[in-house]
Design a protein around this ligand. Structure first.
Ligand code: CU
Length: 219
């Protein structure tokens, strides 16, 4: 009995040492993500009218950025409709906001296709595309997951992450923008940020509000 109680004690000390070491490692930043650069960075794309758009064009307004493609059967149309509703709910402040839809499928999303597709959404939602290299660059800068998935009929879908990025008036990443609330609530959040000049306040961590679209069951 005595030995067993002693072994238990030794085990308890050993466990608490391990826990302590892990906590210390964490506290010293060993498991921390603070050193990871936030999403975003330089890019060179074109809008649906052929105007060149770079990261400099994000400055001066709050920006919502979403990556997707026009052949997307579900997630993209839903997300774009929601973003459009938020823009509608901004009222007079809508000019201080810009939303960007960046195509992850430039092969099929020509300027004309993008223009036509976006014509049914709020006009403050701007379509952007690039050639393959430029698209790869912006996808990588924003750490977007996008992968072509061949389909039986020879066509393809694109699996991609579906986060809405909130970019500040200084052109830098703030946080993932929470779309899991009403358009009025989301617009109120943006207005608060505009009012308090929170457009320049950074989020403390990159918390992905991301989902992903699987398009293998494409319409
Ligand atoms: Cu999609």
């Amino acid at each position: 009995m005595k030995m067993s109680a002693r072994s238990l004690g030794i085990t308890a000390i050993a466990v608490s040492c391990i826990v302590g070491a892990v906590v210390l490692f964490w506290a010293l930043g060993g498991g921390n993500v603070v050193h990871v650069a936030p999403p975003g960075g330089p890019f060179q794309l074109v809008d649906v009218d052929g105007n060149r758009v770079t990261e400099a064009d994000l400055k001066g307004r709050l920006n919502l950025v979403f990556f997707g493609y026009t052949h997307c059967p579900d997630i993209c149309p839903t997300a774009l409709a929601e973003i459009s509703d938020v823009l509608d709910a901004m009222g007079d402040d809508v000019d201080k906001i810009r939303a960007w839809f960046i195509s992850v499928d430039p092969e099929r999303d020509t300027a004309a296709v993008l223009k036509d597709y976006l014509s049914s959404f709020n006009p403050h939602l701007k379509g952007l595309r690039g050639d393959e290299a430029e698209t790869r660059k912006v996808i990588s800068a924003y750490r977007v997951y996008a992968r072509k998935v061949p389909m039986k009929d020879g066509d393809y879908a694109v699996d991609h992450s579906a986060m809405v990025y909130l970019i500040g008036r200084d052109g830098k990443f703030i946080s993932a923008f929470n779309m899991k609330r009403s358009a009025v609530e989301a617009a109120a959040d943006l207005k608060r940020r505009l009012g308090a000049d929170w457009g320049l306040v950074r989020g403390s961590a990159f918390i992905g509000d991301s989902g992903s679209c699987s398009h293998q069951d494409r319409l």
